[in-house]
Design a protein around this ligand. Structure first.
Ligand code: ADP
Length: 171
Protein backbone atom coordinates (compact mmCIF):
# COMPACT_ATOMS: atom_id res chain seq x y z
CA UNK A 1 0.00 0.00 0.00
CA UNK A 2 1.51 3.30 -1.08
CA UNK A 3 1.18 6.30 1.19
CA UNK A 4 1.33 10.07 0.98
CA UNK A 5 1.78 11.84 4.31
CA UNK A 6 1.79 15.53 5.17
CA UNK A 7 3.88 16.24 8.25
CA UNK A 8 5.27 19.20 10.15
CA UNK A 9 9.03 19.08 10.52
CA UNK A 10 12.56 19.81 9.42
CA UNK A 11 13.43 17.83 6.29
CA UNK A 12 17.12 17.62 7.29
CA UNK A 13 16.16 15.26 10.15
CA UNK A 14 14.17 12.80 8.02
CA UNK A 15 15.73 9.37 7.49
CA UNK A 16 14.20 8.88 4.03
CA UNK A 17 16.01 7.17 1.15
CA UNK A 18 15.99 10.57 -0.57
CA UNK A 19 15.11 14.09 0.46
CA UNK A 20 14.41 16.77 -2.14
CA UNK A 21 16.12 20.14 -1.98
CA UNK A 22 14.35 23.27 -3.28
CA UNK A 23 17.62 24.50 -4.76
CA UNK A 24 18.55 27.31 -7.14
CA UNK A 25 19.95 26.83 -10.63
CA UNK A 26 23.58 27.15 -9.50
CA UNK A 27 23.17 24.21 -7.08
CA UNK A 28 25.78 25.97 -4.97
CA UNK A 29 23.60 26.56 -1.93
CA UNK A 30 21.26 29.32 -0.87
CA UNK A 31 18.86 30.26 1.89
CA UNK A 32 15.80 28.50 3.25
CA UNK A 33 15.67 24.74 2.99
CA UNK A 34 18.70 24.73 0.66
CA UNK A 35 20.90 26.37 3.31
CA UNK A 36 19.59 24.05 6.01
CA UNK A 37 20.33 20.97 3.89
CA UNK A 38 23.88 22.13 3.09
CA UNK A 39 24.59 22.92 6.76
CA UNK A 40 23.31 19.55 7.91
CA UNK A 41 24.97 17.54 5.12
CA UNK A 42 28.39 19.14 5.60
CA UNK A 43 30.90 20.53 3.07
CA UNK A 44 31.05 17.32 1.04
CA UNK A 45 27.61 18.20 -0.35
CA UNK A 46 28.84 21.48 -1.82
CA UNK A 47 31.86 19.66 -3.27
CA UNK A 48 29.54 17.19 -4.97
CA UNK A 49 27.24 19.95 -6.22
CA UNK A 50 30.17 21.81 -7.78
CA UNK A 51 30.68 18.89 -10.20
CA UNK A 52 27.06 19.02 -11.45
CA UNK A 53 27.32 22.29 -13.46
CA UNK A 54 24.05 23.67 -12.17
CA UNK A 55 20.54 22.57 -13.03
CA UNK A 56 17.76 24.11 -15.13
CA UNK A 57 14.48 25.14 -13.49
CA UNK A 58 12.15 22.14 -13.24
CA UNK A 59 14.96 19.61 -13.78
CA UNK A 60 16.56 17.55 -10.99
CA UNK A 61 20.01 16.22 -10.12
CA UNK A 62 21.10 13.79 -7.41
CA UNK A 63 23.94 13.57 -4.88
CA UNK A 64 24.60 11.52 -1.80
CA UNK A 65 23.32 12.84 1.53
CA UNK A 66 26.70 12.79 3.30
CA UNK A 67 26.08 13.66 6.98
CA UNK A 68 22.31 13.66 6.58
CA UNK A 69 20.24 10.69 7.73
CA UNK A 70 18.93 10.49 4.14
CA UNK A 71 20.96 8.46 1.62
CA UNK A 72 20.41 10.86 -1.30
CA UNK A 73 19.62 14.53 -1.87
CA UNK A 74 17.71 15.33 -5.06
CA UNK A 75 18.24 18.96 -6.03
CA UNK A 76 15.58 20.76 -8.05
CA UNK A 77 15.28 24.48 -8.75
CA UNK A 78 11.59 25.31 -8.67
CA UNK A 79 10.23 28.30 -10.62
CA UNK A 80 10.44 31.84 -9.29
CA UNK A 81 6.90 33.28 -9.21
CA UNK A 82 6.58 36.02 -11.83
CA UNK A 83 2.81 36.56 -11.73
CA UNK A 84 1.70 33.19 -13.10
CA UNK A 85 2.06 33.69 -16.84
CA UNK A 86 5.64 32.46 -17.14
CA UNK A 87 5.00 28.70 -17.12
CA UNK A 88 5.32 28.62 -13.33
CA UNK A 89 2.69 25.87 -12.88
CA UNK A 90 4.25 23.59 -15.50
CA UNK A 91 7.75 24.17 -14.14
CA UNK A 92 6.59 23.37 -10.60
CA UNK A 93 5.04 20.12 -11.85
CA UNK A 94 8.31 19.32 -13.60
CA UNK A 95 10.26 19.86 -10.37
CA UNK A 96 8.10 17.39 -8.47
CA UNK A 97 7.90 14.86 -11.29
CA UNK A 98 11.58 14.91 -12.24
CA UNK A 99 12.59 14.64 -8.56
CA UNK A 100 10.30 11.68 -7.98
CA UNK A 101 11.42 10.01 -11.23
CA UNK A 102 15.05 10.33 -10.15
CA UNK A 103 14.20 8.77 -6.77
CA UNK A 104 12.44 5.93 -8.59
CA UNK A 105 15.47 5.39 -10.86
CA UNK A 106 17.66 4.96 -7.75
CA UNK A 107 15.19 2.48 -6.27
CA UNK A 108 14.25 4.73 -3.35
CA UNK A 109 11.36 3.52 -1.19
CA UNK A 110 10.71 6.61 0.96
CA UNK A 111 11.04 10.15 -0.43
CA UNK A 112 10.64 13.39 1.54
CA UNK A 113 9.80 16.67 -0.21
CA UNK A 114 9.68 20.28 0.95
CA UNK A 115 7.12 22.79 -0.33
CA UNK A 116 9.04 23.74 -3.48
CA UNK A 117 8.98 27.41 -4.58
CA UNK A 118 6.64 28.68 -1.84
CA UNK A 119 9.37 30.37 0.23
CA UNK A 120 11.80 32.88 -1.24
CA UNK A 121 10.47 32.06 -4.75
CA UNK A 122 6.97 33.30 -3.72
CA UNK A 123 4.83 30.77 -5.60
CA UNK A 124 1.40 31.25 -3.93
CA UNK A 125 0.92 28.41 -1.46
CA UNK A 126 -2.78 27.95 -2.29
CA UNK A 127 -1.85 27.34 -5.94
CA UNK A 128 1.31 25.32 -5.35
CA UNK A 129 -0.21 22.81 -2.91
CA UNK A 130 -2.89 21.39 -5.28
CA UNK A 131 -0.29 21.07 -8.06
CA UNK A 132 2.06 19.16 -5.76
CA UNK A 133 -0.66 16.91 -4.35
CA UNK A 134 -1.98 16.00 -7.80
CA UNK A 135 1.43 15.18 -9.26
CA UNK A 136 2.51 13.14 -6.22
CA UNK A 137 -0.66 11.02 -6.32
CA UNK A 138 -0.39 10.44 -10.06
CA UNK A 139 3.27 9.46 -9.67
CA UNK A 140 2.44 6.99 -6.87
CA UNK A 141 -0.10 5.25 -9.10
CA UNK A 142 2.66 3.83 -11.27
CA UNK A 143 5.86 3.86 -9.18
CA UNK A 144 7.50 0.51 -8.52
CA UNK A 145 10.11 1.42 -5.93
CA UNK A 146 8.75 4.57 -4.31
CA UNK A 147 6.16 3.49 -1.76
CA UNK A 148 5.95 6.47 0.56
CA UNK A 149 6.10 10.21 -0.12
CA UNK A 150 6.32 12.66 2.78
CA UNK A 151 5.48 16.33 2.31
CA UNK A 152 7.54 17.93 5.07
CA UNK A 153 6.06 21.31 6.00
CA UNK A 154 8.19 23.71 7.98
CA UNK A 155 5.28 25.69 9.42
CA UNK A 156 1.64 25.18 10.31
CA UNK A 157 0.31 27.44 7.52
CA UNK A 158 2.08 25.33 4.90
CA UNK A 159 0.86 22.09 6.45
CA UNK A 160 -2.72 23.38 6.44
CA UNK A 161 -2.48 24.34 2.75
CA UNK A 162 -1.33 20.82 1.79
CA UNK A 163 -3.97 19.20 4.01
CA UNK A 164 -6.65 21.32 2.31
CA UNK A 165 -5.33 20.37 -1.13
CA UNK A 166 -5.24 16.70 -0.13
CA UNK A 167 -8.86 16.83 1.09
CA UNK A 168 -9.95 18.54 -2.14
CA UNK A 169 -8.07 15.94 -4.19
CA UNK A 170 -9.83 13.08 -2.38
CA UNK A 171 -13.33 14.55 -2.68
P1 ADP B 1 12.13 28.28 -2.63
O1 ADP B 1 13.30 29.15 -3.00
O2 ADP B 1 11.93 27.12 -3.55
O3 ADP B 1 10.88 29.10 -2.40
P2 ADP B 1 12.60 28.08 0.28
O4 ADP B 1 13.63 27.25 0.95
O5 ADP B 1 12.69 29.56 0.40
O6 ADP B 1 12.58 27.58 -1.26
O7 ADP B 1 11.16 27.66 0.80
C1 ADP B 1 10.51 26.45 0.43
C2 ADP B 1 9.78 25.89 1.64
O8 ADP B 1 10.73 25.21 2.48
C3 ADP B 1 9.13 26.95 2.54
O9 ADP B 1 7.83 26.47 2.93
C4 ADP B 1 10.06 27.02 3.75
O10 ADP B 1 9.38 27.39 4.93
C5 ADP B 1 10.48 25.56 3.83
N1 ADP B 1 11.66 25.22 4.64
C6 ADP B 1 12.67 26.00 5.06
N2 ADP B 1 13.53 25.28 5.81
C7 ADP B 1 13.05 24.00 5.84
C8 ADP B 1 13.45 22.77 6.45
N3 ADP B 1 14.57 22.70 7.17
N4 ADP B 1 12.68 21.67 6.27
C9 ADP B 1 11.55 21.71 5.52
N5 ADP B 1 11.13 22.82 4.92
C10 ADP B 1 11.86 23.95 5.08
Amino acid sequence: MKTFKIILGDITTIAADAIVNAANTTLLGGGGVDGAIHRAAGPELLEACRTLNGCATGEAKITLGYRLPAKYVIHTPGPIWQGGNHHEARLLQNSYLNSLALAESRACRVVALPSISTGVYHFPLDQAAPIAVRIIHSFLETSEHVQEVLMVCFDEKTKQAYEKAELAFRS
